[in-house]
Design a binder for this molecule. Sequence first.
Ligand SMILES: NC(=O)c1ccc[n+]([C@@H]2O[C@H](COP(=O)([O-])OP(=O)(O)OC[C@H]3O[C@@H](n4cnc5c(N)ncnc54)[C@H](O)[C@@H]3O)[C@@H](O)[C@H]2O)c1
Length: 281
Amino acid sequence: MEDLHDKVAFVTGGASGIGFALGHALAEAGARVMLADIEKNALDDAVKTFAGGNLPEVRGIVCDVSDYQAVERAARVTIDAFGKVHIVCNNAGVGGRSGADGISLQDWRWVIDINLMGVVHGVRAFLPHLTSHGEGGHIVNTASMAGFLPGTGFGPYTATKFAVVGLSEALRAELAPQGIGVSVLCPGWVRTRITESRRNWPKEYGEPPPPRPGLLDQHIAELVRTGMEPSAVAALTLAAIRNNELYVFTHPHMRPPLETRVENFLAAYRKLGPAPQEKQA
Ligand SMILES: NC(=O)c1ccc[n+]([C@@H]2O[C@H](COP(=O)([O-])OP(=O)(O)OC[C@H]3O[C@@H](n4cnc5c(N)ncnc54)[C@H](O)[C@@H]3O)[C@@H](O)[C@H]2O)c1
């Protein structure tokens, strides 16, 4: 989707961090934008920052992506408000962290419900519309480099981000014939509020797990604090939408560990001996 002018975009997690930057970049490119977020006050503040400028219309809707009915409702409101939707950014996510020994099932469910099911809900709620209006569309799912490189002590987060990468790859092949592009955003550390994710812990999940002050959390907080600017991540994402690219990688220094991972796969496979087609050649 080369020209984003007069297109309509829906961005979840739009009140903060990467989602807010995506909303901004899309509006600057000429798209009208619906920011969706669970945090009403932050959302209102985010929408206010667009008021009075020369950018296209930006609105906000409170929406919990883990609740399918809420996402479906947000899709209806967005279509009613703007007529059509062309770009869906399933970006809302939380940074669950727990070692295998300490993680509660509620913690697992919270991270999966938002990071994975939130993406599933966004795809399901918008896909019939994207494919029906005939103007093409693009879906951006926010995964992470944790979708390729597992983080020790981040089992649930890693599991959801691997799932989002896999889902995006499968969707891309499936939706290409219908003119719908799919990108998966895979950033490394970005300067956002991700380490404060538990601010949105819902009471339905019971008591939030206690904070785990320790060196690992301090180290992560520092990596996020000194991470890439969300606006730089958003700029790379817009380029991927325009060029219809599957993978949006953002952090060059993470390429070597990714190469090591791929080499490890190949080394394990080579133990089986040559593939049948290699034997024939
Ligand atoms: N910051 C990083 O280093 C980093 C790295 C890789 C991937 N990511 C991914 O980027 C995405 C955005 O996170 P961020 O870093 O901008 O963090 P952030 O906390 O600054 O923003 C996340 C936004 O999602 C919203 N949100 C949380 N739960 C929600 C729900 N149930 N429904 C709707 N909105 C909800 C929050 O209110 C917040 O506005 C996430 O998917 C995260 O996993 C972040």
